[in-house]
Design a protein around this ligand. Structure first.
Ligand SMILES: Cc1ncc(COP(=O)(O)OP(=O)(O)O)c(N)n1
Ligand SMILES: Cc1nc(C(=O)O)sc1CCOP(=O)(O)O
Ligand SMILES: [Mg+2]
Length: 283
């Protein structure tokens, strides 16, 4: 069965009421969902509990209508009261083990991490996903040191559970974050502060999808012992892309010499190993 699972999410949108004066949290988040937010978090740091609870009930009703998972930031009691799908906890919030004990195995528990050590600890502790950030400095969390795309790169290499890049991510810098290995993006200001929230979400999703398509199309191969990525599908295409077209070459593919006449129909597959010898000069 090909069912969507919450962990397939690509775009995670968090509320940020200060960013949209004159528009309600609900209308902004509905636009975010229409534009493609596939997971939503209620985060309202300075809102009194009673008001927060009312917002959570309203957002639960909205997210249920669109079948989008709802995460509550910090407050387990609110998450339980509104039957949210889970909670998001920071390094200084309730410990993960306590939250799991209270919420049970079905709840989605996300943990903020700011280093690979914290990521590994959260993964080992049973987190369902982690936040990786802040990638860039952000006014939403002023004074926090940016972890840079270096941490995104380490997360891409080492974290096995779903993880989402967060912090100062905009349409102008998201390509860098995706190029560093992020498959999931989270944003507050760049989305809820946008004049057209739905279009902002569409644009984020488009960027995530574009990068993933081009990553998928690339093959990892070895050329003369070096790891390379290529879009070439045949030996002749590879020779052209490398700028050797028309040159005198010997091509060995996976230990077999390939005659020039066979270059066009000889396919290059994932993991192929090539030795390319280019003869310089005459004779
Ligand atoms: C998806 C996601 N990642 C990180 C955070 C930040 O959580 P925390 O460090 O607890 O900070 P506050 O949001 O509580 O100020 C998040 N909320 N969501
Ligand atoms: C809430 C939050 N947590 C972060 C973390 O790194 O843990 S960064 C962040 C702010 C994200 O907002 P914006 O998209 O406006 O930068
Ligand atoms: Mg928190």
């Amino acid at each position: 069965m090909n069912r969507w699972s919450w962990s397939d999410f690509q775009l995670y949108v968090i509320t940020g009421e200060n960013y949209h004066p004159g528009r309600s949290m609900l209308e902004v988040m509905e636009q975010a969902i229409i534009g493609g937010a596939d997971i939503v978090q209620l985060r309202a740091k300075d809102t009194p509990k009673e008001e927060l609870l009312a917002q959570a009930f309203a957002l639960r009703e909205l997210t249920d209508r669109y079948h989008v998972p709802l995460i509550i930031n910090d407050h387990l009691d609110v998450a339980i009261a509104v039957q949210a799908d889970g909670v998001h906890l920071g390094q200084e919030d309730l410990p993960l083990a306590e939250a799991r004990r209270i919420l049970g195995p079905a709840a989605i528990i996300g943990i903020s991490t700011h280093s690979i050590e914290q990521a590994i600890e959260a993964e080992a502790g049973g987190a369902d996903y982690i936040g990786v950030g802040p990638v860039f400095p952000t006014g939403t969390k002023p004074g926090r040191q940016a972890v840079t795309t270096e941490y995104v790169r380490s997360a891409a290499e080492r974290v096995k559970i779903p993880w989402v890049a967060i912090g100062g991510i905009t349409l102008s810098n998201v390509d860098e974050v995706i190029a560093a290995g992020a498959a999931r993006i989270c944003a507050v200001s760049a989305i809820v502060g946008s004049d057209n929230v739905a279009d902002a979400c569409r644009a984020f999703r488009e960027k995530i999808n574009q990068q993933q398509i081009s990553q998928k199309e690339k093959l990892s191969i070895r050329i003369n012992g070096r790891e390379e990525q290529t879009t070439a599908q045949s030996v002749s295409e590879l020779i052209e892309l490398l700028g050797f077209a028309g040159k005198r070459m010997v091509v060995e593919l996976n230990g077999t010499i390939i005659a020039r006449e066979a270059w066009r129909e000889t396919e290059i597959e994932q993991g192929a190993s090539l030795e390319l010898v280019h003869f310089v000069g005459g004779g």
